[in-house]
Write a protein that binds this ligand. Structure first.
Ligand code: PLP
Length: 412
């Protein structure tokens, strides 16, 4: 399409006052409806008493109910003693884990991070904005780590952690990474497990948020990092997180922190000051609906049926409209919640702002980078799940028009 025709198309769409939103990776209402049984999972007081005699309505059980420990042990391929089942948000557990290390140290006898002159975190980019926001909130120095096709650049990471004692942690989303969709290869996982950091209290924040979130046949498989770490005697180095936020209700799911027994005991020794116990009723509701990993897989197929057509719509639109646009490429993930759209240098902010003017809210350009700054201004995170398929198609028409317009040789 020539430049004038593209411009006219953009102006026409703009005049239609569309109100479209692809800004956050939220489940659509139709996905939430697949789990409405949760609303009625418990109907009497008797059902609240566990076989162990624990009354879920009462105080206690700080590390979670046994049924949910068992479920997360199955999901993560770990042992129940390595698991703390929490409230509704893994992000809260990540924040609290950082806060504990800041105030009290990452392990017995180690210096609180806040007493160190400088704290640095490695941040594979593009990554999850809320991870970087936690680091920013605690005043950490964030170091961008480039991605390769099979995970973050391990040469970079191995060298950095071996040389720089101020590096205390790294944020990882190892499966269907937010937003690249990349799953770490076996080699990357093994290299993580074998890291030899200079800082003895260095920790890998392994956020396995999309552990069971396959969308297409032959979904990616992720090597069990904790098994590999045990082989290296490195299991204390891993903090593993997940939640049912994108399995059940995003705002009312169940989160998990998993690590070595030593780290779990250390965490509990501080958590006991924070709470007398998590919301065991919600844990029980989940345990009733999801007694084992098989029931989780059935549920994930319901999500996939709703999300798959949306991912396909994005991929088909990009293929049809953008494959001839020089310097534009995108991820083709087999699961997760995001597609990463990459533009020629210096174009991302412009695309987001022109799309906004014409009625489409996208994730702000740069959001997937520390301090919200994409050094090349190339990356846009596409979140296809929330809009209906019809809205998504309208959004894609607009987005592709803007990308073609901005990347046109006559665009000034
Ligand atoms: N981790 C990642 C990588 C995410 O993408 C998200 C949500 O988008 C979360 C964590 C949030 O998890 P939760 O709802 O358990 O706090």
């Amino acid at each position: 399409m020539d430049f004038v025709a593209l411009k006219n198309k953009y102006e026409k769409i703009k005049s239609e006052s569309r109100k479209l939103d692809m800004s956050r990776g939220k489940p659509a209402p139709s996905q939430l409806d697949t789990v409405n049984e949760l609303l009625f999972a418990i109907s009497s007081g008797d059902e609240c008493i566990l076989p162990s005699g624990v009354d879920c309505r009462n105080y206690g059980g700080i590390d979670g109910i046994p049924q949910m420990k068992s479920l997360f042990a199955q999901i993560l391929g770990m042992e129940e003693k390595e698991i703390i089942v929490g409230g509704n948000s893994s992000l809260t557990m990540m924040y609290d884990t950082v806060a504990r290390a800041m105030f009290f140290g990452a392990c017995e006898g180690s210096k609180p991070w806040s007493k160190c002159e400088k704290i640095s975190f490695l941040c594979p980019v593009p990554g999850y904005d809320r991870h970087f926001a936690i680091s920013e909130a605690f005043g950490m120095n964030m170091i961008n780590v480039p991605y390769k096709e099979d995970g973050p650049d391990m040469d970079f990471i191995e060298k950095a952690v071996a040389e720089d004692e101020s590096i205390k942690g790294i944020w990882c989303v190892p499966k269907y990474s937010n937003p690249t969709g990349i799953t770490y290869s076996d080699e990357v996982v093994r290299r993580f497990a074998a890291l030899k950091p200079k800082a003895k209290d260095f920790r890998v924040f392994w956020d396995n948020a999309y552990v069971v979130h396959d969308l297409f046949d032959g979904g990616d498989s992720l090597l069990n990092v904790f098994d590999e770490a045990k082989k290296q005697g490195n299991e204390d180095m891993f903090y593993i997180f997940a939640s049912t936020s994108k399995i059940s209700f995003a705002g009312s799911g169940i989160a998990v922190f998993a690590s070595s027994k030593k780290n779990v005991d250390h965490a509990l020794s501080y958590m006991k000051y924070q709470t007398i116990g998590p919301d065991k009723m919600n844990q029980l509701r989940h345990a009733k609906l999801f007694p084992n990993i098989d029931s989780i897989m059935v549920q994930m197929e319901k999500h996939a049926e709703l999300i798959r057509p949306k991912f396909l719509a994005v991929l088909e639109a990009f293929e049809k409209e953008l494959s001839d646009v020089e310097g534009v490429w995108w991820s083709k993930p087999k699961g997760g919640y995001f597609i990463s759209l990459n533009l020629p240098k210096g174009k991302a902010k412009l695309v987001v702002s022109l799309a906004k003017e014409a009625g489409l809210a996208l994730t702000p350009a740069g959001a997937s980078f520390p301090y919200g700054k994409d050094p090349d201004d190339t990356n846009i995170r596409i979140s296809p799940t929330y809009p209906t398929l019809d809205e998504l198609k309208q959004a894609l028409e607009l987005l592709c028009t803007v990308v073609k317009l901005v990347c046109h040789k006559d665009f000034e």
